[in-house]
Ligand binder design. Structure first.
Ligand SMILES: Cc1cc2nc3c(=O)[nH]c(=O)nc-3n(C[C@H](O)[C@H](O)[C@H](O)COP(=O)(O)OP(=O)(O)OC[C@H]3O[C@@H](n4cnc5c(N)ncnc54)[C@H](O)[C@@H]3O)c2cc1C
Length: 450
């Protein structure tokens, strides 16, 4: 039976037949059936990508019924994890074995496969994208064959599969490289843009995890700084939970609705948010510090740049906002990531800085994103695969040295193209027509599978 699928950002709405396999064998059977019937088969995690990566009106696999840790090796500090496992459950389960992921992004509702597969990242110049924490990958390819790869076995496939957008097969398991559990001392502080430019090198070298938010139309920066600590947990208790829910999410949601009704309020609301920027000082287990609640829905575009271009690029962003006075009240987020050697990772071959641009759901975003994207592209930008962008095959071919190599591996893995939807054809094949959904908002209804 077909059901309506909507992603978190409401940028993708489709009506697939959804399969919920509970074993590797069941996944294999679905792939074989799809190949025999010449169907399109996409796989979805938690539906938290804005780009139409999972869009299909044919078959969609969800691994929601294939979650959990199958094996833990506390000596080697590795765990064999089912690909559908959600990050929140994974963090808690690993902590019970005294283990943790070395770094994470800022939410924990994604599936592990969804997060790794789009190059999801946290911040900290000593850490790569989350996909660098993979030791082995097991997947079912387009012929229904099970393959395992790692840095020492089937290495070419491994380097491609670490970030592969669900185009090389359905990933069933990962072995993850882990570290002993650690606590983080997190601080949120306020600074000006001048102080940021003066001290950015200091923040990067002094703090394990450093990122910042910039409030448009102001001079205000919220710094987020974290280091490991042995001090006792001090997580703010119910007061922090109340503050996160009511002030950071509830009040901001109300103000955002007001801005959507009266866009001229964007500038005063951004100034108000900057004046009331939350400052914090907490200690907790790492996976709980990384995760924040995101109840206010938005559209996002995020670009990776070579880290050395941070200052020049961010100055251009500030100048453009000053000039154009975009009616946008949501802040820009900026994070740092270490270079890796994954075939099509945005951080491949370069220490990177990521700039993320946000617009409240249902508000016009095109002029702002276009202007920011043009700046990002001038500085050698590569888009986050899960976030809105306007790039096609020819653009990716230009910005990645190994795009063709990845496409060749994709064709070997999936000779019939069963894993390709219109969007993936647009980025992996020359001369395919635009898909309407790439960047256009198709609905503003509540996202879900219904
Ligand atoms: C509120 C919010 C906050 C976010 N924060 C961050 C952040 O801090 N850092 C960051 O980098 N990104 C962030 N993102 C982006 C997000 O991490 C990525 O888009 C991620 O891919 C979403 O994971 P998912 O489980 O929802 O995957 P989906 O969006 O469902 O799928 C993503 C891709 O993975 C593929 N896939 C899923 N499961 C499998 C499988 N078993 N085998 C093969 N392929 C598979 C899908 O086919 C698709 O191509 C955020 C997104 C939102 C909405």
């Amino acid at each position: 039976m077909k059901r309506t699928f909507r992603n978190w950002g409401n940028t993708v709405v489709c009506r697939p037949q959804i399969h919920y396999p509970t074993s590797l064998e069941a996944i294999q059977a679905i792939v074989l059936q799809a190949a025999a019937q010449q169907r399109t088969l996409r796989v979805v995690g938690s539906g938290h990508s804005w780009t139409p990566l999972v869009e299909t009106n044919d078959w969609l696999i969800s691994l929601d019924h294939f979650q959990g840790i199958e094996q833990v090796d506390t000596e080697q500090k590795t765990a064999l994890v089912r690909a559908g496992t959600k990050l929140k459950a994974l963090g808690e389960a690993l902590a019970a074995h005294g283990l943790a992921m070395e770094n994470l992004g800022d939410i924990d509702v994604q599936s592990i496969a969804g997060a790794l597969n789009t190059g999801t990242h946290g911040t900290g110049q000593a850490f790569g994208t989350l996909a660098t924490q993979i030791e082995t990958i097991t997947l079912v390819d387009g012929r229904g064959e099970v393959q395992t790869c790692s840095a020492t076995q089937n290495t070419e496939l491994f380097k491609a599969a670490q970030i592969s957008l669900g185009a090389l097969g359905i990933i069933t398991h990962y072995t993850l490289r882990l570290v002993p559990t650690y606590k983080l001392h997190f601080q949120a502080q306020k600074a000006t843009t001048e102080e940021l430019f003066q001290n950015v090198a200091h923040y990067l070298s002094t703090y394990r995890n450093f990122e910042f938010y910039y409030f448009l139309h102001t001079n205000t920066i919220q710094l987020k700084l974290a280091n490991t600590t042995d001090t006792p947990i001090r997580n703010g208790g119910w007061w922090k939970k109340f503050n996160d829910l009511v002030v950071e999410n509830g009040l901001f949601w109300l103000m955002s609705h007001a801005v959507r009704l009266m866009p001229r309020l964007a500038i005063p609301v951004s100034k108000l948010s900057a004046a009331a920027v939350p400052l914090g000082d907490y200690v907790d287990q790492s996976h709980r510090i990384y995760a924040t609640q995101r109840l206010v829905r938005f559209y996002e575009m995020e670009y990776n740049l070579p880290a050395e271009h941070f200052k020049a690029a961010f100055q251009e962003v500030l100048a453009c906002i000053e000039r154009e006075k975009f009616k946008v009240h949501m802040p820009i987020e900026c994070r740092w990531v270490k270079a890796d050697d994954i075939l099509i990772s945005p951080a491949s071959g370069r220490d990177s800085v990521y700039l993320a641009f946000h617009v409240f759901k249902g508000m016009p975003y095109r002029a702002y994103f276009d202007a920011m994207e043009a700046i990002m592209r001038r500085f050698g930008g590569r888009p986050h695969y899960g976030k809105m962008n306007t790039l096609h095959y020819a653009d990716f071919q230009q910005i990645y040295p190994y795009w063709e190599k990845f496409v060749a591996i994709q064709q070997q893995q999936d000779p019939q193209g069963i894993f390709l939807n219109n969007y993936l054809r647009q980025i992996f094949q020359a001369e395919t027509p635009d898909t309407a959904a790439t960047n256009e908002i198709v609905s503003s209804l509540t996202p879900s599978i219904s």
